[in-house]
Design a protein around this ligand. Structure first.
Ligand SMILES: Nc1ncnc2c1ncn2[C@@H]1O[C@H](COP(=O)(O)OP(=O)(O)O)[C@@H](O)[C@H]1O
Ligand SMILES: CC(=O)N[C@@H](CCC(=O)OP(=O)(O)O)C(=O)O
Length: 257
């Protein structure tokens, strides 16, 4: 079975192009079973603003108080997930929306409760439901909300959640769909990146903000043996004539699995 995990950024859910959906259908026709994991940072921020709560980020992760967690879940499950599922279905792609914490799909633990509040990292992924949905031709569409073994909800960065799902499924491919064509330097797309080059771009500030968790997750997925890991745009064609367009992550030369 060919499995593709697609992380769909909150930055792009409302701007996905027709060619994005065509690419998804083409990949399904080529035999790929697709799991979507999505973000929703802008949706969360706009609701926080309505409640006059200032968003606070530490190293790209949202500080998540009990009050913020309620809004995060409300917006991810109630808005971002609904939008993506609706768009997929209206393009003829069978999709089922799930909160990551449903059915024990994403189980995690706190990263640093003192510093970040209810922010987690995934420790286990229950992939059973995916198999059932794939059998009937549905794409699971997951929020990055997870829960602890005790049942406490956790807010997980969506790039990291997608990476954990890709690793758990030993996916053939993991794509990070965002609002830029890939990793850029001086406005130009970088088509191929290895770990050293990526770290250097973070160090010199060329890669910053929301791109940091994305490239770090991309590298960690690559290091788990998933060969095709890319950052691509949801605004343009990301797949044409069997070729992907974006930034592809490559193992360092001389490094073997
Ligand atoms: N080197 C870079 N190349 C491209 N985008 C970058 C880079 N460094 C930072 N970014 C920023 O990262 C953003 C994508 O991350 P983010 O906003 O978190 O998107 P998403 O919601 O898709 O996860 C881009 O829109 C851009 O502003
Ligand atoms: C812990 C943490 O930061 N969680 C993220 C989850 C959503 C997300 O990652 O959305 P994007 O993909 O749009 O950035 C947040 O609260 O914004």
């Amino acid at each position: 079975m060919n499995i593709l995990v697609i992380k769909c950024g909150g930055s792009i859910i409302n701007e996905l192009s027709e060619s994005f959906f065509n690419s998804i259908k083409e990949l399904q026709n080529r035999g790929y079973h697709i799991v979507f994991v999505h973000g929703g940072g802008p949706d969360i921020n706009s609701m926080l603003e309505k409640f006059e709560i200032e968003p606070v980020f530490e190293d790209g992760l949202r500080k998540t108080t009990t009050e913020v967690l309620e809004i995060v879940e409300l917006m991810l499950a109630g808005k971002s997930n609904r939008s993506l599922v609706h768009k997929l279905e209206s393009h003829g792609i069978k999709a089922v929306g799930l909160n990551g914490s449903d059915g024990g799909i994403l189980t995690g633990d706190y990263i640093d409760e003192q510093k970040l509040g209810a922010v987690g990292e995934i420790q286990q992924v229950n992939t059973e439901l995916f198999g059932l949905l794939f059998e009937k031709g549905y794409c699971p569409v997951l929020t990055p909300i997870s829960s602890t073994e005790e049942g406490n909800k956790l807010n997980v960065n969506a790039d990291m959640a997608a990476g954990s799902v890709a690793k758990a499924l030993s996916a053939d491919m993991c794509l990070f769909v965002t609002d830029v064509q890939g990793v850029l330097k001086n406005g130009q797309i970088i088509e191929k990146l290895n770990e050293t080059e990526t770290k250097n771009l973070i160090m010199d500030g060329s890669i910053h903000g929301g791109m940091i968790p994305k490239v770090n997750t991309a590298l960690s997925v690559l290091n788990k043996g998933i060969e095709e890991v890319m950052i691509v745009s949801g605004k343009d064609h990301f797949y044409q004539g069997g070729q992907f367009i974006g930034t592809k992550f490559l193992q360092e030369e001389g490094v073997f699995q």
